[in-house]
Design a protein around this ligand. Structure first.
Ligand code: GYE
Length: 333
């Protein structure tokens, strides 16, 4: 019996020793290292792959300059790609930037609204941040960080309101529309916005055709419209260059642009102000191309995991011929 007792005492002591041996006094345990928070990236750490539409006019030149100059100022490593207005070039450049290990952020000015979901999913899988600038796209906004750009439909609505003012008292309100590149959000939404409001004063769109944002095509398309009929009271040109082309065609048809036929354009580049000062263009709806600072700010926040709004909308105005001479010297593009 006594031996058994001694045996139990020894066993309990042993078990106690084993268990106590396991737990070191708190003082000695080295705390598990706290999960290392990824250091915040700065602009100098950023490499950006930028996919531009092409170089189709004053607005685009200002938009490109905004990205190149701001990247320089912020110390961002910018890889700039000009797609020469070809969608297939944009898609292949997008995939090249996904494959480029250096690239943290892909910025896209989309030629057309559709066809982006697949590459956006690939970019997401590759951990690339994507920011859409200038032109919105038709894809779930879960596939990109944010869209920085204008409300093109609102620009179209403004243009219709202004055309109503210009045609006030006019017996007829036949308007022809010069459209941007087919499939782009700028062209679709400006046209839709104009049509939403034109009924307010009984405007009829008698002709509508793309002139691809181009002055020469703007002239040719307007010539064709006037050859069919000169019973036109207004031109809604979806950008400045097409409107300036239309003014040339109107003059060559023996009519006076800005007088016999009113002209409204969108963008507000220096060319449009000169057109207003010359009396060819009556009113201009602004569309801001200087988007780089907002885009880079959003991109940096996104790579650092900060929340950003899904649409960073540009603030824009309307300009009239009577003020053009005073305002032109203050314009940046
Ligand atoms: O209006 C036009 C350019 O996407 C807002 O593209 C831009 C448009 C602009 O070619 O001039």
């Amino acid at each position: 019996m006594r031996t058994l007792k001694v045996f139990y005492v020894v066993m309990i002591a042993l078990l106690l020793f084993i268990s106590l041996a396991g737990c070191k006094p708190a003082a000695t345990a080295t705390p598990a290292p706290a999960p290392t928070e990824k250091p915040k990236m700065t602009y100098e750490d950023l490499t950006v792959g930028f996919i531009q539409t092409g170089s189709e006019g004053g607005w685009r030149a200002a938009n490109t300059a905004s990205f190149k100059e701001t990247a320089e100022q912020l110390g961002i490593n910018l890889k700039f790609y000009d797609a020469q207005n070809k969608l297939e070039n944009q898609l292949s450049a997008f995939r090249n930037f996904i494959a480029d290990k250096e690239v943290d952020v892909i910025i896209l000015a989309a030629l057309e609204t559709t066809g982006w979901e697949e590459v956006l999913k690939e970019a997401q899988a590759a951990g690339k941040v994507v920011v859409i600038e200038d032109r919105r796209i038709d894809a779930p906004d879960t596939l990109f960080a944010t869209y920085v750009g204008s409300d093109f439909a609102e620009e179209g609505r403004k243009a219709a309101d202004e055309m109503c003012k210009l045609l006030e008292g006019s017996e007829k309100k036949n308007v022809v529309e010069l459209v941007g590149n087919v499939g782009s959000s700028a062209a679709k939404d400006r046209g839709q916005g104009f049509r939403e409001k034109m009924g307010d004063c009984g405007i009829t769109i008698v002709e509508s055709q793309t002139a691809n944002w181009d002055v020469t095509q703007g002239k040719q398309v307007m010539e064709a419209f006037l050859n069919k009929s000169t019973d036109v009271q207004g031109v809604f040109a979806q950008n400045d260059e097409m409107g300036l082309g239309a003014a040339q065609a109107i003059r060559e048809a023996g009519l006076t642009p800005g007088v016999d036929i009113k002209i409204i354009t969108v963008d507000a580049t220096a060319g449009a102000f000169k057109g207003m000062i010359a009396g060819d263009i009556n009113t201009v709806i602004e569309c801001n191309p200087l988007l780089a600072p907002q885009v880079y700010e959003a991109a940096l926040k996104a790579v650092n995991g900060e929340t950003i709004p899904k649409w960073v909308k540009s603030q824009e105005g309307v300009f009239y011929a009577k003020d053009a001479e005073t305002i032109l010297p203050t314009r940046k593009y």
